[in-house]
Design a protein around this ligand. Structure first.
Ligand code: ADP
Ligand code: MG
Length: 259
């Protein structure tokens, strides 16, 4: 059995993926998507992942989230060899270690905001009353304490994403995975959500991996990982990576013009 002390211990990398390859198979035809990815992430990192559509961002996020397994290569999460876990152990590891934030919020429509946020605690075996009280505290922290009894469809998009973030945080996982979390939000609301993620990263040391196609959003991260055709094209400080991205884009559009 896994001890939660392991998950929260400060020693070692939080995420360590080594030569991860992923192919999809249909009718025995192999489509390779990830061609050997190496990424190490320490606790407290804030990483933006960018890359053109089809470059493998979601495939990588699914592997990082223990929702899919690599075809080959190794993944250690909080010191645990993910490939060696049983299905049940993996579910426990995922529940304790990772909070997910999706582009489409994924809130349950028929439940109150409070019960949506309490759900991961219920799954983790916490009593209903304790779950609700911790959910309320978490909602207060994202500034939505007074809207706890509403249904998700009675909130704006930005408020719904705050609820989703509260839900992702309620078990206090060391890692937040967010796939295009601002993809359905306007610029101002996106900036509010990024400010909230920044605050969590700074004040609580929560590690964040965030997929985005917008340089302005990626600029909130400390580090940028750029994927191209299933390989890491850049991995380093976000500011330098975004400068390179601008140069690459200018070169690409200049060559289009000259064709
Ligand atoms: N379940 C799947 N079966 C087959 N091919 C897939 C599957 N999921 C993704 N792909 C393919 O893998 C490639 C990478 O997809 P994805 O990881 O979703 O890229 P991104 O998120 O960067 O747009 C694409 O060519 C896509 O068509
Ligand atoms: Mg994607």
């Amino acid at each position: 059995m896994m001890d939660s002390m392991i998950v929260h211990s400060a020693a070692g990398a939080l995420v360590e993926i080594t030569d991860v390859r992923k192919s999809y198979f249909s009718n025995r035809v192999e489509t390779p998507v990830l061609h050997g990815i190496n990424v190490t992430m320490q606790r407290g990192d804030f990483v933006a992942v960018m890359g053109q559509s089809g470059s493998g961002k979601s495939t990588l996020m699914n592997i990082l989230g223990c929702l899919d397994t690599p075809t080959s290569g190794a993944y250690r999460l909080a010191g645990v060899d993910v490939g060696a876990q049983s299905r049940a152990e993996l579910a426990t590891l995922r529940n304790r270690t990772i909070g997910f934030v999706f582009q489409s919020f994924n809130l349950l429509k028929r439940m109150s905001v409070l019960d949506n946020v309490a759900l991961p605690l219920i799954y983790a075996g916490v009593s209903r009353s304790a779950s609700r009280s911790r959910a309320q505290t978490q909602l207060d922290k994202v500034g939505l304490g007074e809207l706890a009894s509403r249904q998700p469809n009675q909130l704006s998009g930005g408020q719904q994403q705050r609820v989703a973030i509260a839900r992702a945080l309620v078990v206090d996982p060391p890692l937040i995975l967010a796939d295009e979390p601002t993809g359905n939000l306007d610029t101002r609301t996106s900036n509010d959500i990024m400010a909230l993620l920044n605050e969590l990263n700074r004040e609580r040391g929560q590690s964040i991996i965030l997929v985005t196609h917008e340089p302005d959003i990626a600029a909130h991260a400390k580090r940028l990982v750029r994927l191209k055709d299933g390989l890491v094209l850049y991995d380093g400080p976000a500011a330098e990576g975004l400068r390179q991205l601008r140069t690459d884009d200018n070169t690409a559009s200049a060559s289009e013009v000259s064709q």
